[in-house]
Design a protein around this ligand. Sequence first.
Ligand SMILES: Cc1cc2nc3c(=O)[nH]c(=O)nc-3n(C[C@H](O)[C@H](O)[C@H](O)COP(=O)(O)OP(=O)(O)OC[C@H]3O[C@@H](n4cnc5c(N)ncnc54)[C@H](O)[C@@H]3O)c2cc1C
Length: 376
Amino acid sequence: MRTLARERIAPRAAEIDKSAEFPWDIVELFRENGIFATLADEEYGGIGASALLTVVSIEQISKVCATSGLILAVQELGALAFKLAGTDEQRRRFLPRIASGESIAAYALTEAGSGSDAAAMRSEARRDGEEYVIDGSKRFITNAGVAGLYIVFAKTDLAAGHRGISAFVVESSAPGLEIGRIEPKMGVKGSTTGELFFNGCRVPAENRLGGEGDGFAIAMRILDRSRPGIAAQGLGLAQGATDYALEYARGRETMGEPIAKHQLIAGMLADMETRCEAARGLLYRCGRMIDEGVEGPELSKLSAMTKLFCTDTAMSVTTDAVQVLGGYGFMQEYPVERMMRDAKVTQIYEGTNQIQRLVIAREMLREQRAFLLAGQ
Ligand SMILES: Cc1cc2nc3c(=O)[nH]c(=O)nc-3n(C[C@H](O)[C@H](O)[C@H](O)COP(=O)(O)OP(=O)(O)OC[C@H]3O[C@@H](n4cnc5c(N)ncnc54)[C@H](O)[C@@H]3O)c2cc1C
């Protein structure tokens, strides 16, 4: 994965950012090298790799190109919908397409009026014989317009709050699905982020994932499992920026010596490396925990902590990397400028870092802990 990243993806990263075009050549590279196959078990056309391997892969790719790392992370998000909520028939029908890369996946939860408060969504799905009819819209959806399979959340019962949400697989060819505006944005520019419109969009009833009303729980379980992927994207960015800053600091001289020898710069590099290593410890622990089959509140908490720490690390370390390069760090000629822009969104999507803190605090309050208070 590292070799592929260094030799084939790194040389494309600046161009992908500049053109802001979806990199189909990187998708082709992933297809040819069986990278998407790591996301499904053998019986569903994959190679059955571990969760740990997936986060290491996303980390290695994001070290050189966060847009390319995001392609793998969101493909995993799609695969998780089937792994966690699909019937055997649905897995057989859809997972081989994800594992071969024939179809790019997308996960459509957010709407114009509901991001952090996902339960406030307004899209609706009404049963009509052997079909559902979806009306509404989604916003900020990664892979809008390039995906073949959309995992879509909509309300089958408007009065039941989050218990009224159901999940559906919507094919890009579904009648009544339209792609709206693709957003120009600050970072991960090669990734498409756009609107989806559902105007009487018809999907077969056998495309519903889980039962009616299970959609919110499914969405949250998927996010518990996919957040480490975004954490891995953040860590990749942070390590990539640290490595670049170190190389630069070795070669750039001021006041008669390399800037790496000036203690203020050396201290900064040491802090950057330490943060990356701490983030990696948390991320790999989370990957192993998933592979050991841990689920529920314990996973929610560790996965939120991992996403929070790795992506806050991404932002602070890439900002420091720009500082280490001085004026050159601000220039588009050097990759740390792109890395700093790319890092920002990792603190926002798949649940903002404020929401991660709420999840962590909620689980802390739920836990029964032995405690010692002074005087008791
Ligand atoms: C590039 C990009 C790609 C994306 N891809 C996808 C995708 O593929 N699929 C998808 O479904 N969504 C996607 N999103 C949407 C993303 O998940 C949401 O933007 C995010 O969850 C925040 O929602 P919001 O933008 O509506 O902000 P809001 O929910 O309006 O939040 C605004 C601010 O208030 C804070 N806040 C909100 N509620 C609370 C609270 N209770 N306590 C404390 N602070 C709070 C937030 O942390 C944030 O700082 C993407 C977004 C971006 C930018």
